[in-house]
Design a binder for this molecule. Sequence first.
Ligand SMILES: NC(=O)c1ccc[n+]([C@@H]2O[C@H](COP(=O)([O-])OP(=O)(O)OC[C@H]3O[C@@H](n4cnc5c(N)ncnc54)[C@H](OP(=O)(O)O)[C@@H]3O)[C@@H](O)[C@H]2O)c1
Length: 283
Amino acid sequence: MKIGVTGATGMLGRIVIEKLKERIPQEEIIALVRSPQKASDLQVEVRRFDYNQPESQTASLLSIDRLLLISGNEIGQRAQQHANVINAAKQAGVKWIVYTSLLHADSSTLSLAEEHRKTEAFLKASGIQYTLLRNGWYTENYTGSIKGAIASGAFLGSAGNGKIASASRADFAEAAAIVLANEKHQGNTYELAGDQAYTLTELAAEISHQTGRPIPYKDLPEEEYANILKSIGLPEGLASAIAGWDVSASKGDLFDNRGQLSKLIGRPTTSLAQSVANTIAEE
Ligand SMILES: NC(=O)c1ccc[n+]([C@@H]2O[C@H](COP(=O)([O-])OP(=O)(O)OC[C@H]3O[C@@H](n4cnc5c(N)ncnc54)[C@H](OP(=O)(O)O)[C@@H]3O)[C@@H](O)[C@H]2O)c1
């Protein structure tokens, strides 16, 4: 039995490989990566694999039974890229694809949702056995702004009082490894989110508490927040997208209270306080 993992040199993929090694023999794991030189430390078989090169994908997928398709990070290209991978997997005889989708992909207003909806539909139509891991927000998406918030004296966003049930990247990676290692998960769709839901006001209060400095949350209109992100160097498209994702968060798109992630991993998801503490310790 062989398990292939795409995007294995990415932040999520690296943790999935580690967590898989705890569950299955290392010889059964294959890292599918576009830059093999970045994968030399993974200590599993490595094969070259680029989402944009369908002509070479089938050969790289031969002998793989189970495939984790980690969604790509080139927003706008991904529906085609993922379709390429699913087509190649079918040709190569892959029996089961586990796909990292988006929380409530079928109804989410997040701009990212459309590519995930298209991929889910393509996967369902492929006839290959599948599992959907509809991942909610990584807590790291927000903790990445803590340093800037401490420097500027406020945590900025446009998420209003939206509740965000995020979990750490490691929590989602562990869930993926657990699913891949056991075929009882075939055919399931998991809505994966953290046990604890918080508003950005509560996140700012946690940062204030842990640093001993007042860091209030400042809620901004979408355009104003996007302009600030642009002014600190983010590309225009990304700045607008991030502000838009916050607006979706304000509508509840990042909230879920089913507890499916903690059930899968058999422990509570990483708390907000822990994630904030980890980030502050890195400073
Ligand atoms: N749930 C969330 O909050 C959240 C947040 C951010 C991203 N995501 C999604 O989850 C995915 C994994 O997250 P992450 O943190 O691991 O992101 P990441 O570190 O950016 O990893 C993305 C991976 O995709 C690979 N990749 C990109 N384009 C590719 C291509 N054309 N062919 C082959 N591989 C390609 C990258 O390869 P290289 O290593 O060679 O660059 C990398 O390994 C992201 O790609 C994105 O779809 C989710």
